[in-house]
Unconditional design. Structure first.
Ligand code: NAP
Ligand code: GFB
Length: 327
């Protein structure tokens, strides 16, 4: 039987990165395409996964043997704070439809879902590891999204116990790269600041970073994350989640991120912090010990190199990129 891999959310930041890796890595290499594989990168236009019938039709059309489930309502701190119920409900609906349809589809033998390190409790001993997901409430800023994502881990264990399903999940840190959402208000910090800095340089206006610049974050380049998803698809068959991240010593402050973006964009104007805006969670340092123990080492792209690639892609693709409002 040939292998059909359905990537839900295949047109987003992470989905496009998997497509890029599968298309550019040598065939039959560890992260490259196998000759008998068909990869399907689905967008919401092929079916609104909040709707069970449209989800069923998508599975009927492709009869996937494997599913990488990335589709979700996704956004940065400020969007999460504004739409907690919508993040909770939309993601619960999408996830429940994907897990149950994967269970009901005879051809589907494996499902990997995607959580996020913001699911972890806010008050917990660091570093975060896979055993701490449910040991306390998440940070209030992403209350809705975090609880919807945590529920996937609960559902995976329940499907395994009752039906023996091979369902698991990945837990990435903050992701960045080409094809991200660069909307000025709804995006995550790196695409948001790249867009703001680009406009400040173009219009000779001040570059303003939200918050104090003190919070700490760990970032993974989307192309590296893509390779780790392909590794999980091929080599990881356990219900327990795996954190997919660079080392916890790679934590950087938002100020350091802004400095790196100023350098990458080549901005020389005024640059300040709007401390009236929220900082959100102070830090969420995650350990990648389990990952490295399983994959036997992995070469992460240096942060500045990954940032340069992302800024270059954004400037070259500005007219087609997801920028929300144009200047
Ligand atoms: P993204 O760029 O916003 O892309 C979201 C994808 O989901 C798009 O392909 C979108 O399709 C699809 N989608 C959204 N709502 C849908 C619906 N109702 N029905 C069907 N498809 C729908 O997201 P991303 O950053 O790549 O995130 C991918 C996964 O990684 C998500 O599960 C997210 O929670 C997780 N994650 C992301 C980050 C991060 O920093 N970005 C960090 C940790 C975890 P259209 O293109 O048609 O809209
Ligand atoms: O990436 P971000 O939106 O998400 O924000 P979180 C990170 C930090 O960057 C916060 C600061 O401290 C913001 O105050 N920041 C500074 C900015 N300037 C900007 C800007 O222009 N835009 C944005 N967005 N932030 C999210 C969760 O938390 O992490 C999501 O809410 C998801 O659910 C995502 O899990 C990975 O890291 O704070």
């Amino acid at each position: 039987m040939s292998t059909v891999i359905l990537v839900t959310g295949g047109t987003g930041l992470v989905g496009k990165a998997i497509e890029y890796v599968i298309k550019t890595e040598p065939e039959n290499s560890r992260f490259g395409k196998k000759p008998d594989e068909t990869w399907v990168f689905a967008s919401s236009k092929e079916g609104d996964l909040r709707n069970p019938e449209q989800t069923r039709k998508l599975f009927e059309k492709y009869k996937p043997t494997h599913v990488i489930h990335l589709a979700a309502l996704v956004g940065g701190l400020f969007k999460n704070m504004k739409y907690k119920l919508t993040f909770l409900r939309d993601n619960i609906l999408i996830n429940d439809n994907i897990l149950h349809t994967s269970h009901l589809t005879p051809s589907t033998t494996k499902l990997i879902s995607c959580l996020s390190t913001c699911v972890f409790p806010d008050k917990v001993t660091y570093p975060l590891d896979e055993t701490k997901i449910h040991s306390g409430p998440p940070h209030e800023s992403n209350f809705g999204y975090a609880h919807a994502k945590r529920m996937v881990d609960v559902q995976n264990h329940a499907y395994k116990e009752e039906f023996g399903c091979n369902f698991t999940s990945a837990i990435p840190t903050n992701v960045f790269g080409p094809n991200d959402n660069f909307d000025l208000e709804d995006s995550h910090v790196i695409p948001g600041l790249i867009h703001k800095c680009y406009l400040a340089k173009k219009n000779n206006t001040p570059f303003v970073v939200s918050g104090t610049g003190k919070p700490l974050r760990q970032f993974i380049f989307s192309y590296d994350l893509a390779k780790l998803f392909i590794w999980m698809l091929r080599e990881y068959d356990d219900v327990e989640p795996v954190i997919l991240s660079a080392g916890e010593n790679e934590e950087v402050s938002i100020k350091e991120v802004a400095d790196a973006i100023v350098k990458a964009v080549g901005f020389q104007g005024a640059y300040s912090f709007d401390t009236t805006r929220a900082d959100g969670q102070f830090r969420k340092p995650a350990s990648n010990e389990k990952l490295l123990g399983l994959i036997g080492g992995f070469e992460f792209t240096p942060f500045d190199q990954a940032l340069d690639t992302t800024v270059k892609w954004f400037i070259e693709s500005y007219d087609n990129a997801r920028t929300g409002k144009k200047d």
